[in-house]
Design a binder for this molecule. Structure first.
Ligand code: TYD
Length: 135
């Protein structure tokens, strides 16, 4: 599995911090949707799904969390603990998010509008889908 962590320039001065995402620059897709996950209760885990046609970049603007990506063959855990690192997630990755710190603010940029039918929420179904998609 490739290393999906991408560098993000952090612009920091006496007033605070700023990060920029720009299509074609540090964001390889046109952003159609952005959402934030925050206020996650201690011990809660999220995700447990894959997408057939969705690219995303996840960046922890504050605090930390872990992202586990699974391509059906191997799993890799990414520690997101800095706004300087964005996790690029392509199609067909089963993802689990866990170990959220109390102050975690996770920004996710997405290449498509929200579409329920793009989700695979069953792990067995994901394994079958991803095996066939790889052919
Ligand atoms: P869900 O995908 O289960 O969150 P997670 O990936 O963190 O496990 O989404 C939680 C709820 O929010 C679900 O009811 C769908 C809704 N939702 C939207 O309406 N639009 C969105 O863009 C997203 C990501 C979720």
């Amino acid at each position: 599995m490739e290393d999906f962590l991408r560098d993000i320039k952090l612009i920091e001065d006496a007033r605070g911090k700023l990060v920029v995402f720009e299509n074609g620059n540090n964001c390889p897709f046109e952003v159609k949707r952005a959402y934030c996950i925050f206020g996650v209760k201690e011990g809660e885990e999220r995700g447990f799904h894959a997408h057939k046609n969705l690219e995303q970049i996840a960046v922890c603007l504050s605090g930390s969390c872990e992202f586990i990506l699974d391509d059906g063959k191997e799993q890799k855990t990414f520690a997101l603990n800095s706004p300087k690192k964005g996790l690029y997630i392509g199609n067909n990755y089963w993802r689990v998010m866990k170990n959220f710190s109390k102050d975690c603010v996770l920004l996710v940029l997405a290449s498509q509008h929200y579409d329920q039918s793009d989700y695979i929420r069953n792990y067995k179904e994901f394994l079958t889908y991803t095996k066939n998609a790889a052919k």
